[in-house]
Write a protein that binds this ligand. Sequence first.
Ligand code: NDP
Length: 450
Amino acid sequence: MTYIHDTIVKLQKTSPAQAEFYQAVEEVLDSLQPILETSEKYKKHAIIERIVEPERQIMFRVPWVDDQGNIQVNKGYRIEFNSALGPYKGGLRFHPSVNASIIKFLGFEQIFKNALTGLPIGGGKGGANFDPKGKSDGEIMRFCQSFINELYRHIGPTTDVPAGDIGVGAREIGYMFGQYKRLTGNYDGVFTGKSLLWGGSLVRKEATGYGCVYFAQYMLEAKDDSLAGKRCLVSGAGNVAIYTIEKLYQLGAVPVTCSDSSGTIYHEAGINLETLKELKEVRKVRLDEYVTAHPDAKFIPAAEYPADGHAVWRIPAQLAFPCATQNELTEADAQALVANGVIAVSEGANMPSTQDAVEVFLDARICYGPGKAANAGGVSTSQLEMAQNASMQRWSFEEVDEKLKVIMKNIFLSASETAAEFGEPHNLVLGANIAGFRKVADAMIEQGVV
Ligand code: NDP
């Protein structure tokens, strides 16, 4: 379709050198073809041209002083992408790979993900090319304070509400909230993912991983199958991976892998969750230490991965949960998974499968839950945290978990019913993209040219 092609070519000229952003835009626009062909209104209102352009992009210097007294400088970002459905909502990522392309791809995905949840939240994302690994607590605090010295003027409980992502957990949110409060004098729900001691919501920490497993459960139930007894591959060893593993055990499945950037653990007997939490949440060390406690497990160093992919996806299993980072699952990985008999892939990470890998899953007709649907439990529970903060209430673990389950079920139904409406019932990429797009686009039309 030339309209879509022209939009992408224009984007490449006006926003040069943003490969991950083009990848995300192309993936969404390709699947919107059926609705763009049948509904003239989106073209008439220039929705595509408007939706690929962030409402606002904030880039800023983040200077801070390390423990040796040296001045360090990082780049900070907040992309306020689309506020048609509510205040900008999306996480902050602290990782050395962060750049404008990565934050824009994440922000763009967030628009449709947030729309799919059915909750009143717009899309945004931010972060910095700061590497928290090996930094002292004092360095992390000084970095977070400097980051907020600029960002505080752009955020607020009804305008833009950041949360965590890679490299940003409750500790970082605490330091950022403290500085925001000092600068503004406001004690309000400007961040989600807060500590339970001062305004955080129960289940928020677990929500993305739990939600990703609920999504897999709903995909399997639609095929009269279940999670019980299934061997599962999980990548990552951070927040999303840990709580994916926890929920898999609760629902009777057996997760046999996890990974970090140093390598992959394969534990045939099942990953020991207690050890994993101790290593990653408490001691914050590399994953190879896992085999000290469990000599029957195997550590595959990253240096020994196949040249065309990731060792974790070459292990035979029935279900796969990519929970680390973008483009961590290649076409060759997808082919290996399918050849080994995988029946479902549910993405905890954002855009973990390359576009070629997605094609392999769709062609093989396995259940494939794209990240913007399958990992939406995190942002949904963030919105539940906002609701509790605004009404000065605190809901029980069971209450929030129950709401999370209902939201994930509705996301699954919305994506699968929309996929069926457009004649491709197995294609949840198409279903999720069109269902999310329709909500945002119709709101944009009603709000005029702004
Ligand atoms: P964490 O920082 O807690 O964990 C990230 C994990 O992925 C770590 O094990 C990390 O290993 C690994 N990882 C990160 N980057 C790379 C890389 N380039 N190569 C190999 N391994 C890598 O982050 P989260 O668990 O919060 O986030 C994981 C994914 O889930 C991201 O894509 C994020 O955008 C997405 N997501 C997170 C949500 C949330 O609520 N937290 C919500 C929705 C999506 P190492 O420590 O060695 O770098």
